[in-house]
Ligand binder design. Sequence first.
Ligand code: PEP
Ligand code: MG
Length: 569
Amino acid sequence: MLTGITASDGIAIAKAYIYKSEAIIISDHRIENVEKELIKLDHAIYETESKLKDLKNETAKKIDEESSLIFDAHIQILLDPQFIAEVKSLISDSKYNASYAYNEVSVKYISMFNQIDDEYLKARTADLKDVSSRVLRNLLGLASNDLSHINEPVILLAEDLTPSDTAQLNMDYVKGIATIMGSRTSHSAIMARSLELPAILGIKGLMKEVNHGDTLIMDSSSGGLIVNPNQETFLFYQNKLMTEEREREELLKLKHQKAVTACGKDVELFANIGSLEDLEGVKKYGGDGIGLFRTEFIFMEHKDFPTEEEQFIIYKQVLDRMDNKTVVIRTLDIGGDKHLPYLKMDEELNPFLGHRAIRLCLEKQEMFKTQLRALLRASIYGKLKIMFPMIATVAEFRAAKNLFNEVKEELLESDYKVSSDIEVGIMVEIPAAALAADVLAKEVDFFSIGTNDLIQYTFAADRMNEKVSYLYQPFNPSLLKLIKMVIDASHKEGKWTGMCGEMAGDILAIPLLLGLGLDEFSMSASGLLRAKRMISQITITEAKKLVNQCFDYESNEAVIALVKGHKFS
Ligand code: PEP
Ligand code: MG
């Protein structure tokens, strides 16, 4: 089995289609007629721009509006004045032909991006390569790559896939994608997820092991690609695929149903998002609201700090599109494993224990206040709730809340409208906050438990370190006790508690969390329907009984065995 990075979950069975683009060969011959070469360049840029505009429209129709925005980014790269000026000066001053000059400048920028130690920026080199290859093909009169002619079911294999390749795929025939290059944050990976197309990227020996026309099985949830399977394996996966398709159809029937327990209690089932593009999935799977908008992803996609206006437009759009349903927006959570290329941060020995999230925002007050202004201005367009990440002490919450109040007053004085009932809460992801939940509950409007971090801090096990991943123990009674403390403390003060860490979407954890009284569950949109089905299979009395039993056990495994052994109705 060949393995790689899972970019988008699912099973696919089809023949291999190996996609190779025609090589671009560039000669370095000098020219005499500078004027003619400059016109040639302008023409190629113009042609490329109109093709990119077409691709944008096609993508908006075929996938969605958000996915099509990548082509705006490509047009921006294409028309970058600095880039064009550098190419033109190589033509005018050094008398290089247009394709050589264009390639030189593009290679320079690609290697510059590659040297930056930032996964996101590295992934953007794919966009630059995509644009350059279009311009060069136009300059050299080469046929453009065309994937739209594929007319039988295939799993597409390529060295790398550009966003424009992905946009051209005929979804009736392409069942999966496998590449040698690529990362989870590359735009092709993001688009594959929006298209719900199984995808595995970064498979090292891909082209050596697979021939055009081989039968392939892709099971991307295990990150694996099987080449020319035997009859037994083929039948196994064919069955698995059919079961998955039937399950998906069954689950989709639940889309319009409310999340209700077997005893009739309504449960709020929300989604986590990182961009406007993720709203498609929330609509598709019927999320009751947004329980976590990780705003740092907006900041990570910008070349510089997004302005108040830019942020306002995004927050307003989320609220607008969620039609007055609850939208919990988390303020900037940068640091740890999340960095901004334009924000210089000191080297730290323990970045996850360092100057991150609210700690950073309380220091960089202008940056924080700009975000709060944008959020407060957007608040009149829906039901906005704001939460602060990584709160460890009551003093931190008060400091952040004071800035919130200050910004609110400033806006009102400047005649902006601000909603009068914005709830302000915190993420509980540090054990100290869980232990102080009784004190915090008197001041906050709500809690949202971030188990991804709460588990790493409770067990002192770095969530990025595979060697200690066995300590990711959501079912360990130690963690369940902390969760119980938080929920009980909030209820005592008449407040509510949600959960937006991965644990909230874990099918086995849901009964326990219901038993503990969790009010809101927030997870990735694709997990909503499965969670809804689990909720419908349990009564609150049953869930309470089950969770109380857990406290008699001593390990993660024992609690998992207990839940697995329980017969749900
Ligand atoms: C968490 O820590 O559980 C959480 C939801 O935040 P993030 O995963 O963004 O750190
Ligand atoms: Mg967190």
